[in-house]
Design a binder for this molecule. Structure first.
Ligand code: OGA
Ligand code: MN
Length: 306
């Protein structure tokens, strides 16, 4: 069976069918999905009742798995899922929704801010794969913004201004912006800011994109308020409805996105009910600050300098 890829009108995402994610991945399927990811950046797979093991096996077809350590405040002994799985549900170890004041709930509220996964890591994530084991009863859509289209809609003056800018990203900034505080010394150490280019070049297509995230706290060499003003302005621009695909979850949907070319956020939902969402993440392979910007817009083509 050959897989079918159908763009989701009118946005940038696509739906993939005629594939069973529980079955071993074939090389042609990997190639077709990667090509579709390069083009559409967000892929939706419906009716995929995967187990954690099957989700991890499918994920490994695209690279190595990024682990949760350093990305949250949940202690190892509090973790509900096995190593390799990222728990973005609202559930504690016994499967009950977090209490209103639970520190883990507060921290997870940061997913409601536009972000790119693990942009706070020196080598940030490539793909994320999110499986809806139990979607929210009400609300809880996940929205995706196309950062290539957003970049391409900027005028020449803005493109020139931002071309070589480098931002500092940290969970301390995104959580701090929501008023979350009281980080321990160990957390501060784990969440030390890292540097990322503001403009990325896709290693295969050569398309540029804005690398924005709520984890950004400043721009290297800029006064902080001026940096935050520009980042806020660009974020507002990049998240206009015309650049956004909103995904309404169905049971056993799996959505896969390219963190190098998109931002995402989850919307409000009924937190008295379980929302069991499980993520796997394909690790990136290089630091964005090592990317050579000399690759020009006119020369699309393979490059692994990302
Ligand atoms: C994520 C994330 C949003 C959601 O898994 O990285 O931001 O819809 N999740 O839960
Ligand atoms: Mn996320």
């Amino acid at each position: 069976m050959t897989i079918t890829i159908r763009p989701i009108d009118p946005s940038f995402a696509a739906e993939v069918s005629d594939i069973d994610l529980r079955a071993p991945l074939t090389a042609p399927a990997v190639a077709a999905i990667e090509a579709a990811m390069d083009r559409y950046a967000v892929l939706v797979f419906h009716d995929q009742p995967v187990t954690d093991e099957q989700q991890m096996a499918f994920t490994l077809g695209f690279g190595s798995i990024e682990h949760a350590q350093g990305g949250n405040i949940t202690r190892a002994d509090e973790y509900r899922l096995q190593d390799g799985m990222i728990d973005v549900s609202n559930l504690d170890q016994s499967g009950r929704p977090f209490d209103r004041n639970d520190r883990r709930r507060m921290f997870n509220l940061g997913n409601r801010l536009w972000h790119s996964d693990s942009s706070y890591r020196a080598v940030p994530a490539r793909y994320s794969l999110l499986s809806a084991r139990t979607p929210a009863g009400r609300g809880g859509d996940t929205e995706f913004a196309d950062m290539r289209a957003a970049y391409e809609a900027l005028d020449d003056e803005m493109r020139a201004l931002i071309e070589d800018l480098v931002c500092e990203h940290s969970l301390l900034y995104s959580r701090g912006s929501m008023g979350f505080s009281g980080f321990s010394e160990a957390e501060r150490e784990a969440f030390r800011p890292v540097r990322q280019r503001l403009v990325r070049v896709h290693p295969v297509t050569g398309r540029r994109s804005l690398y924005l995230s709520s984890h950004i706290g400043t721009i290297v060499g800029w006064p902080v308020p001026e940096a935050r003003d520009l980042v806020r302005d660009l974020t507002e621009h990049a998240t206009q409805r015309r650049f956004v695909y909103a995904h309404r979850w169905r049971h056993y949907d799996l959505v896969m996105w390219d963190n190098r070319q998109t931002m995402h956020r989850v919307r409000r939902f009924d937190e008295s009910q379980p929302r069991d969402m499980r993520r796997t993440t394909v690790a990136g392979d290089a630091m964005t600050v090592a990317q050579e910007q000399v690759l020009s817009r006119e020369v699309p083509g393979g490059r692994d300098g990302q």
